[in-house]
Design a protein around this ligand. Sequence first.
Ligand SMILES: Nc1ncnc2c1ncn2[C@@H]1O[C@H](COP(=O)(O)OP(=O)(O)OP(=O)(O)O)[C@@H](O)[C@H]1O
Ligand SMILES: [Mg+2]
Ligand SMILES: [Zn+2]
Length: 328
Amino acid sequence: MAFDNRFYAAAEAELNRIRQKDRNTEEMRLEEIKLKFPDIYALRTKLSGTSAKLLSAIADRDGNISEKLAEIEKDNLSLREQLRSALVSRGYPQDYLEPVCECKKCRDTGVIDGKRCSCFMDMVKKASAEEINRSSPLRLCTFNEFSLSYYDDSTPTQLGATARKIMEVNLSACIKYAEDFHIPYGGLLMRGKTGLGKTHLSLSIASAVIEKGYNVIYISAPDLMRMIEKEHFGNSPSDADTLGMVIKADLLVLDDVGAEFDTKFNQSAFYNIINDRMNASLPTIISTNLDHSELPKRYGERIYSRISTMEELVFVGSDVRVKKTRLS
Ligand SMILES: Nc1ncnc2c1ncn2[C@@H]1O[C@H](COP(=O)(O)OP(=O)(O)OP(=O)(O)O)[C@@H](O)[C@H]1O
Ligand SMILES: [Mg+2]
Ligand SMILES: [Zn+2]
């Protein structure tokens, strides 16, 4: 998928921040060792000195250069060995004073073998997802703010258990879903009437999965369809590729499914998104007010049969939005 240049620029900026952080960590570690263990610091200073010796040997050109180089090389190896064992004997990892990097593959250069490293491409993807997420209420909802006290615990619902018991199971399932998140992974279908916490819990999962470093897109179906339609009919910048980003995101949270306009265009976009993501084993969380009789009517059997394979959470109780407004 082609990304817009501004997302590359955002990734470059992020990479610079990481490099700066690496350098700061190196300086702090060196400062710490200098204070606590001057003998180790002296070794380290001596080791840095060997590079200077190397340069002057090369500059000298006095005939026996290869002999000199071999000698410096020997010194260098022995100093390195002494430094490592000195660090380990004081309880530090042996590479504590080596250059620091977050990505072992590209050593925070962003490039391996002339190609962009996967760490860099992840930053590009994240920057593009952030743009879509900017308008969403992400991070406003967490599992901790989800209270079971809003759900009745006295009378059994049609499903047998009380609303509170059912919602307790749903909450645990969502926490576990976020904790165990990996790719490939299955999807979730959150179904139920208005104001029961579907958006709250799907956003809580989205936040937790973003924290784990995945590229997550949260969007409501009406907003998404409007964006895709605009791009399709050429009414927005030509570099926007919302459909592509939504299909490729590690996790897509598609909220309010069924609230978008019921058109052939939207149905087909929805089918493509669900189908492509399932074929790539990428997880999608769908939340909807529609039930099992309305879903196939609205989207047809092809989409419905795909949605039916997702783990389903049925939300029950009475409108928490109304309860909260009354209390405030
Ligand atoms: N168990 C809960 N604890 C705390 N706040 C809750 C809980 N459930 C819902 N809320 C809050 O109530 C409001 C409505 O919830 P939410 O938007 O998640 O409902 P919904 O099921 O997505 O409804 P709709 O079908 O209308 O989209 C939100 O502000 C949400 O944060
Ligand atoms: Mg909602
Ligand atoms: Zn890398």
